[in-house]
Write a protein that binds this ligand. Structure first.
Ligand SMILES: Nc1nc2c(ncn2[C@@H]2O[C@H](COP(=O)(O)OP(=O)(O)O)[C@@H](O)[C@H]2O)c(=O)[nH]1
Ligand SMILES: [Mg+2]
Length: 389
């Protein structure tokens, strides 16, 4: 399978290798994937009519999506594009229909299972559109905004101002209203198309088709890259579980050292054992200096951008020092104090304190290095995502 090389590289702590797998081998494999496009928007906005127009069908044709005054839809329905390979349009229930209030719509239709979105809106840009945009952006997915029923707007304008009627000007005003609304929601380069499903050869309909066709590969690539953190996450967890199994050895060793009644000795030894393990985790996950430099080169990002998002650098050593200082210090004190009177008891107590502390600390540290690995890998993949857009 195409992702096997990526998984193996992540497991070996070869993050640069994982990125190179993505760049060199895996990106071809996404070409045969399906792109699931959700056609979403308010009830009655013209979603089903839009799908029919995209598929070159009229409402009366066999296999056409049901359109009309009533919205009885409960479940999304899939329609294949007859021309674009692997493109599936999903006709979604309408936002604001009686069973689908705005507040719960995204969850009810499981918006997250779709990969790309076409928001169909009519009339002005409003809060329902903003809700959808926010949800899609949260998932870092992409969308087109289709402003439907342009024929009605043009007709109304022609009737109201016959002497000054200018088709392109009306269309431009509609585009600008949509873009303004989208930009207010933080969309960088909104892609807006003003269409009429009655006239699929007019207005922005042909441009929409062409854009989708041209961007299809990059959209598939983007979705594929977005799915990769989901592939690496179980691998990193598996590796964490393996390393976790070895923690007790270090803890046991520290426990024995803590029982030696020489002031400061146990503290220093335990600290160095802990530090050694921390660096071992870094190199085994691929977060040591050399591996990070190789990853940065491969991803085309400065190392600082990768290290800036690592939390274990800051948290692990400080928590470790604090906890070690308290617990091992306490253990040493107990040992020194009780050594003279109850030597065996003193050694057992101080050793026990060290055992528990080191065990908990190592676990915490391992978890934070594993989290960092996922973070750094996602950051490195972001560079590829940007190339895909
Ligand atoms: N004039 C005009 N009416 C449209 C257009 N698209 C849809 N409609 C009408 O709007 C109503 C709702 O359309 P439909 O596709 O069922 O909307 P949905 O609920 O979003 O699926 C229907 O009566 C359609 O005939 C269009 O481009 N122009
Ligand atoms: Mg419909």
């Amino acid at each position: 399978m195409a992702v096997d090389g990526f998984k193996a590289a992540v497991y070996q702590g070869n993050l640069a290798g994982a990125i190179s797998e993505v760049q060199e081998k895996m990106l071809e494999s996404f070409n045969n994937r399906t792109l699931n496009i959700a056609i979403t928007g308010e009830t009655g906005s013209g979603k089903s009519s839009f799908i029919n127009a995209m598929r070159g069908l009229s409402a009366e044709d066999e296999g056409a999506a049901e359109t009309g005054i009533l919205d009885t839809m409960i479940e999304p329905i899939a329609y294949q594009d007859p021309v674009l390979p692997g493109v599936t349009f999903w006709d979604l229930p309408g936002m604001g229909a009686s069973n689908f209030p705005l507040e719960t719509y995204c969850e009810q239709v499981h918006l997250s299972r779709f990969e790309f979105f076409i928001i169909v809106g009519y009339q002005r840009f409003r809060s329902s559109h903003a809700i959808l945009v926010r949800e899609i952006q949260k998932m870092r997915k992409r969308f087109y905004f289709v402003r439907s029923k342009a024929d009605m707007d043009l007709d109304a304008s022609r009737r109201q101002r016959p002497s000054s009627y200018n088709e392109e000007k009306v269309l431009q005003q509609i585009r600008e209203d949509c873009k303004r609304g989208l930009e207010a929601e933080g969309v960088g380069h909104p892609q807006v198309f003003v269409v009429s499903s009655w006239e699929p050869n007019h207005y922005d309909f042909p441009l929409l088709r062409q854009t989708l066709q041209e961007e299809l590969q990059s959209l598939k690539r983007h979705i594929f890259l977005l799915s990769l953190p989901g592939v690496s996450s179980p691998i990193i967890s598996q590796k964490k579980a393996t390393l976790k199994g070895e923690i007790w050895k270090a803890a046991l060793f520290s426990c024995l050292i803590a029982a030696i009644p020489v002031p400061g000795f146990a503290f220093l030894c335990t600290f160095f054992i802990f530090r050694k393990h921390l660096f071992r985790y870094y190199s085994s996950f691929g977060l040591d200096d050399r591996s990070l430099a190789a990853l940065a080169r491969q991803a085309g990002k400065p190392v600082t951008e990768l290290t800036a998002i690592m939390k274990s650098w800051r948290t692990a050593p400080i928590t470790a020092l604090m906890l070690l200082f308290h617990s091992v210090g306490a253990a040493v004190m107990i040992t020194e104090y009780s050594w003279k009177r109850l030597p065996v008891f003193g050694a057992m107590v101080s050793g026990g304190v060290a055992l528990v502390t080191i065990y908990c600390l190592q676990q915490k540290c391992l978890a934070s290095v594993a989290d960092d690995t996922q973070r750094v890998l996602s950051k490195a993949l972001e560079a590829e995502e940007k190339k895909a857009v």
